[in-house]
Design a protein around this ligand. Structure first.
Ligand code: GLY
Length: 302
């Protein structure tokens, strides 16, 4: 009998670099043990899990402790280079589908993830007596044997939030105000632009291991339009210049009636930036999205 592959996780934030997967990042036990030892020294704990096989997505929900309102599912791309090659990063880019549905998911799978987020928030109240007020960010995998939870984060996902907050039509400050005053039920639901979205992060050359830093980049004067928004991240204003600070620099979100249009908008936006930057060019392409769907169908066919 073949045993399941292993995953080792650091039990703390490591900027997207806290997980190693057998077969992808290590072979045999030696590297796994070294990674776990380092994680234990830093965070006091490492987590050993079974490797799941399927297609990942993120589902973030906002809660005031009683009412839970869900955002749209988003898929992140963690590897640095096209074709899911290279080191893990904090996330190189993200996609969400038209009408809030990704092509490799189903409404039933998304509803199940939403229900899991709702249940967890309810159980937190039951077991701790404290309401969970804030964002619950679930990392899920659709597998051949159904929905699996990978992890929860008590924060917005990055870049997931760039897609979700660009699409959110309900006023965000109202959402936050209703959440902290435990009146989220007054909103009933969150409204989203029905368009697809594609985010490409522009990163300093050498990211994530050896980023260039403190060098200027050029940016367009207009960074927001009906069809996209560029969000500045790890950059700093130095006089009249904008300098790279070493991590993901600018998240370029394109919107469109189809993912192909959203992709073209993201590319058009990111191409207006100049300097020692790179990004993935395959996130949101039909080829990559279709390959995810075909892979999911292949797993479901057994
Ligand atoms: N995009 C993954 C995260 O925010 O952890």
């Amino acid at each position: 009998m073949t045993r399941s592959k292993r995953v080792v996780k650091a039990d703390g934030l490591r900027g997207g670099k806290g997980v190693i997967v057998e077969g992808d990042h290590f072979v045999g036990s030696k590297q796994a043990k070294a990674f776990a030892a380092e994680a234990i020294e830093k965070f006091g704990r490492a987590v050993l899990e079974e490797k799941l096989v399927g297609v990942e997505f993120s589902l973030m929900s906002i809660s005031d402790g009683k009412t839970v309102l869900h955002t749209v599912p988003v898929q992140d791309h963690k590897r640095a280079y096209n074709g899911d090659e290279g080191p893990n990063t904090g996330g190189m880019g993200t996609i969400s589908g038209a009408e809030g549905m990704l092509p490799f998911l189903t409404p039933e799978i998304v509803a199940e993830a939403e229900q899991l987020n709702t249940n967890v928030i309810s159980v937190i109240k039951e077991t701790t007596g404290q309401p969970y007020i804030g964002v619950l960010f679930g990392g899920f995998m659709r597998t051949a044997s159904g929905l699996k939870l990978i992890e929860y984060n008590c924060r917005f996902g990055d870049p997931e939030s760039l897609n979700v907050l660009t699409l959110l039509q309900t006023d965000f400050s109202t959402v936050v105000e209703k959440a902290v005053t435990e009146r989220l039920h007054e909103l009933g639901k969150l409204d989203f632009d029905p368009r697809a979205s594609v985010c490409h992060y522009l990163c300093p050359e050498g990211y994530p291991t050896n980023s260039v830093k403190n060098v200027p980049i050029t940016a367009p004067t207009e960074t927001e339009s009906e069809s996209g928004v560029a969000y500045f991240a790890s950059v700093a204003k130095m006089g009249s210049e904008l300098h790279l600070k070493g991590s993901r620099a600018v998240g370029c979100v394109g919107l469109g009636d189809t993912m192909t249009v959203a992709y073209a908008e993201a590319v058009q936006l990111k191409n207006q930036f100049g300097g020692q930057l790179f990004s993935r060019s395959d996130i949101g392409t039909k080829a990559l999205t279709d390959s995810r769907t075909e892979y999911m169908n292949h797993l479901l066919d057994g």
